[in-house]
Design a protein around this ligand. Structure first.
Ligand code: HEM
Length: 560
């Protein structure tokens, strides 16, 4: 006799098979992706997961593209195939058809659990509404005002590094470039940001507001101590190996999400901190807007509130009585933007600036030429226009973001059957020449950001070299790249393109401006002791212990 518990167990296994295993097998044997050229899988269970994990991002895929052509597929976990195409026509189609190509279930599960329904994961009409509200906070005129914050924080970092050098006796001093850059960009995106009190705050740089909300991370403090919100962010976004694998499986197999582990408990506590602080910031801003409206004898109206900082725009879109109900953001959507912007806007820019410093240690001539240009500027607090008028700085930033792409790829799933046109026809496994890629609902694919950024086909034979001078001349073929900035895919393109790309570029310029004028940089270890690692954002890590670090030797530049 089978017990009730036994029957329940059998039912659970059958449900799991019916819901997840059978559809996965069905997709494996029916997806048109199986007919695309590509390498044979080394493992039935893992596919190429381990190979890709051990390699630098996109390197194996670039070799496969050389061998099999621009449109390929390869297997990952459980034998499920992914499409990988570097065909710019195909990518243009994918990036612009956001009703069809959306973030995969596993990515959405993880992001939505931590971020809530923010702009990074919203789709369709909800995404359009949110972008409509948020876009003005990232336009050139708003950015002009907050550039002051970037330069002030950059100068604060410069002064702290000077103090480190003095403490060490004045000679070349070792610093972890990655960690300092992370603290500076966290402060900047920090939850502060109404530009009205900025002037007042400039008198006291430690209370300087950041660019996003209304919160002081004070990451740039000499003790290096972190506060509760930055600790919560660390728990939520810097998971270790085992937690990462389990998290991946939870993303793929929803029943596993019911299992509680030590890590999920720590995560829940961190989430609670994030939400408590987010709610408090929103409540304070709401109260201020309401008090102002009451003084004027009416409710909060969009046309009465002129400020365009992120928090004000969000609250206005939540409360204003002259915005139609259907376009208003819910409380939940407003709250979700707090972690969304902290996450999307912090580590990405810190890593970009860190790679730039790394590259300057590898290209001393570029470092010297850049410093020479920066020292021509007669102020240490340049405006956005002054920063953007520096041609070599612009070329160095463009080349860094191309060559050291912070986010190397992004995943998508097809929400329905589709046909993707290609520039370059390919021959499928049945020997047929195809001028399109067939897609079935549920098929998974990657947008190969880094591979496009360093494709020899588009950028020339020297695509893998760091050469800022390439930006002196127009590059004809790169105009095919469907990216929102500088003909590269770094910030993606289409409706989901990075909202903060201008913000990030000016922020990176401001940090480089302050640091390269003041210091000379060398790598404190041998080049081969540092490598690139990271699943979503690529950081420099030490080869010996895989710890994120950019060990720099800094010394004051004599002319400063
Ligand atoms: C070098 C720095 C940065 C890089 C490389 C970068 C890259 C990207 C990429 C590739 C995406 C598209 C992700 C996808 O759909 O798969 C994205 C989206 C996004 N980024 Fe950035 N980003 C950077 C800086 C920033 C900054 C500074 C902010 C905010 C202040 C920001 C906010 C966002 C947001 C909110 C989205 C979601 C946009 C949407 O889906 O509508 N990013 N970013």
């Amino acid at each position: 006799m089978v017990s009730v518990a036994g029957l329940a167990g059998i039912a659970a296994v059958l449900a799991l098979l019916g819901r997840y295993v059978v559809p996965t097998l069905w997709r494996m044997y029916t997806s048109p992706l199986r007919l695309l050229p590509g390498p044979s899988s080394p493992s039935a269970l893992w596919g190429f997961v381990k190979v890709l994990h051990a390699a630098e991002a996109s390197v194996p895929q670039e070799q496969w593209v050389e061998q099999y052509g621009p449109t390929i597929s390869f297997k990952l976990m459980f034998g499920i195939r992914r499409l990988w195409t570097v065909d710019t026509r195909a990518l243009n189609h994918i990036i612009h058809h956001t009703a069809i190509y959306q973030k995969p279930m596993a990515a959405r599960y993880h992001l939505s659990r931590v971020l809530g329904p923010g702009v990074l994961i919203a789709e369709d009409q909800q995404h359009k509404n949110q972008r409509h509200v948020l876009n003005p906070a990232f336009g050139p005129s708003q950015l002009k005002e907050i550039t002051e914050i970037f330069t002030e924080k950059a100068n604060q970092l410069r002064d702290l590094w000077m103090a480190e050098i003095s403490k060490a006796g004045g000679g070349p001093t070792r610093v972890n470039g990655l960690s300092w850059m992370s603290r500076a960009t966290l402060d900047i995106i920090g939850l502060a940001g109404q530009h009205i009190p900025l002037r007042r705050a400039l008198d006291d740089p430690l209370t300087l507001p950041g660019a996003g909300f209304n919160y002081h991370f004070e990451g740039l403090n000499p003790s290096g101590q972190t506060n509760e919100l930055s600790e919560a962010l660390g728990v939520l976004f810097n998971q270790g190996g085992r937690a990462q694998l389990f998290g991946f499986l939870q993303g793929m197999l929803p029943p596993l999400r019911l299992i509680r582990t030590e890590h999920t408990r720590r995560e829940a506590a961190a989430l609670a901190v994030m939400q408590r602080i987010g709610r408090q910031l929103i409540a304070e801003k709401k109260a201020a807007l309401l008090a102002d409206a009451r003084e004027k004898g009416r409710g909060v109206r969009r046309r009465d509130v002129a400020d365009r900082d992120l928090l004000t725009l969000l609250i206005k879109a939540n409360m204003a009585t002259d915005i139609p109900e259907s376009e208003r953001l819910s409380d939940e959507e407003v709250l979700a933007q707090v972690p969304t912007f902290l996450v999307a806007g912090h580590e990405t820019t810190s890593v970009a600036t860190t790679w730039c410093l790394y590259q300057l240690t590898q290209s001393p001539d570029v470092q010297a030429k850049l410093r020479e240009e920066l020292l021509q500027v007669p102020t240490d607090s340049p405006s956005m226009d002054e920063l953007n008028a520096l041609p070599y700085l612009d070329m160095v930033v463009k080349e860094t973001l191309r060559h050291h792409t912070p986010v190397p790829a992004s995943g998508r799933v097809a929400m329905k059957d589709d046909v993707i046109p290609v520039n370059t026809p390919f021959t499928d496994k049945k020997g047929r020449t195809r001028d399109h890629i067939e897609i079935k609902k549920g098929d998974l694919l990657f947008i190969p950001i880094q591979s496009i950024n360093r494709s020899k086909e588009l950028w020339g034979e020297d695509a893998h070299e760091f050469k800022p001078d390439r930006w002196e001349h127009a590059m004809e073929k790169t105009s095919q790249v469907p990216g929102v900035w500088a003909n590269q895919l770094t910030f993606l393109g289409g409706p989901h393109a990075c909202i903060g790309y201008r913000f990030s570029v000016v922020e990176t310029k401001a940090l480089l401006f302050a640091l390269v004028r003041a210091f000379e940089f060398e790598l404190a270890v041998k080049t081969e002791e540092i490598k690139k690692k990271g699943d979503i954002v690529q950081r420099p890590v030490r080869v010996e212990d895989q710890k994120p670090d950019l060990p720099l030797l800094i010394k004051p530049y004599r002319a400063f």
